[in-house]
Design a protein. Structure first.
Length: 123
């Protein structure tokens, strides 16, 4: 069975492109349209989640806020790729401080996302 990834992005077209890239890296993909939906999908999928790809800024909760909340309880730490169009030094430092978390700055090539996803959890 393919590893499970969750792709969370509030812009529908971008989420569809990112989900396709992650599927191309060999994952099954569940999608979430905001931070609240991401938290619910993570809760429902539990320890089956192998990778989270999330926008740093989304309605209801940022991707980083959801990742931080996950670290305080089940499921265990999950590797993550955080994408953002608004990187700053504080965000870069916050991502670097998290184990197994990478930052992709928009715009990025979908090939870069696909290759990073393969590197994190080779299918």
């Amino acid at each position: 069975m393919l590893p499970l990834a969750i792709v969370a992005e509030d812009h529908d077209d971008m989420r569809a492109l990112m989900a396709a890239a992650v599927r191309g890296a060999g994952y099954r993909v569940l999608e979430a349209q905001n931070g609240l939906a991401l938290a619910m999908v993570v809760r429902d999928a539990g320890p089956a989640v192998a990778l989270i790809v999330c926008d740093a800024r989304m309605p209801w909760a940022s991707g980083l806020t959801v990742l931080d909340a996950m670290d305080r309880g089940p499921p265990p730490h999950v590797p993550a790729i955080v994408v953002t169009a608004f990187p700053d030094d504080a965000m870069r430092a916050r991502v670097r401080s998290r184990p197994s978390t990478w930052l992709l700055e928009k715009p990025f090539e979908l090939k870069a996302l696909r290759e990073l996803a393969r590197k994190i959890c080779p299918a």
